[in-house]
Ligand binder design. Sequence first.
Ligand code: GDP
Ligand code: MN
Length: 392
Amino acid sequence: MDLVEFQGKQLFARNGVPVPPPGAVCRSVDEAVAAAERLLPDAGAVVVKAQVKVGGRGKAGGVRLARSVDEAREAAGAILGLDIKGHVVHVVLVEPASDIAEEYYLSVMHDRVGKGDLVICSRQGGVDIEEVNRTDPGAVVKRQVLPSERADGLPRGVADEIVAAADLPAEVRDAAAELLVALFGAYLAEDATLVEINPLIRTTDDRVLALDAKVSLDANAAFRHGDHAEWDVEGLEVRDPLEDRARAEGLQYVKLDGEVGVLGNGAGLVMATLDVVAQNGGRAANFLDVGGGASAESMATALSLVLSDPAVRSVFINIFGGITRGEEVARGVLGALERLGDFPQRLVVRLDGTNAEEGRRILAEAAHPSVVPAPTMQEAAALAVRLAEEAA
Ligand code: GDP
Ligand code: MN
């Protein structure tokens, strides 16, 4: 689960990572105006910020400074409803503005290749860090942290090394190292996969603050964090309705841009299926993992979801029988078709693994007009792509 900025800042604050003074989360211009009226006397200026889960809000006009209530009204009016890279803004954060002397970059993320965590720090922040890494790689410090090294959190000595290597100014090194230790603690305690601060600012009075917050939480650890559910709020931004439905059904579904609906058992197999569709010149319309079992019921739920996507022109069902045997899968598919009634798309079914032959025989005997059996993954992909083209 990805958090929006104001949620990320809440997570930072409760873990001792310094953030600007709390602002107000507003869903309308009136709310933003009320927040500005309350905050401006002390703050002098407020910043109005789009709360959407996408970067580059500043460049897109989603971050504005306001020095008066009128300016705040105008800013909120301009930002609410704004479409930032496909994310429509429904909520703005109105926060006391900070006085920025310099902008840095700091993040901690999972490092699968290094089998640990990765801390990235740069003196050049507030800009696209990948771009800095391309044009001036020396300015981006990357430090791997192994699990054995961080049994009690990130050692202060390591944090000191990192901020020194990034050449942060002497005046703020201590504060930045302390902030990094707290940030790493937040990352561990909250089971995050990413915590990113861009920019980490040095204020004109030499404090360091997280001016922005990007946080991804590990969904597989959600059971350890009952309190994270409160951040999973509806209506922050417009989500794909099919993804919402899939979530409600407990299916692993991700909407993609193509025309070939994809359905398989096991995330690895589904990923491989997306690849083979692409290799055959097609584009997958979605990722959908039906999981271990492939009962008629779960198959029907999954299929109806895929078929209700108007972009889907053909469907590739790719099942490898393991514990669930081939004949059960075949009956699952046929049972699902019975429940679903009529639909225009054809389904290419590739069945392999335990009792696959028996499963294929059942499908062949049923001779359902919508089902096109295919012996291999390669042939199935080619067929599904061709059927999608013909249906266009
Ligand atoms: P992003 O564009 O989505 O990454 O949004 P950020 O929260 O990083 O804000 C973008 C830029 O707006 C920052 O790099 C700052 O330069 C500026 N900005 C954001 N908040 C403030 C603030 O409180 N005061 C000032 N002066 N500038 C701010
Ligand atoms: Mn930012």
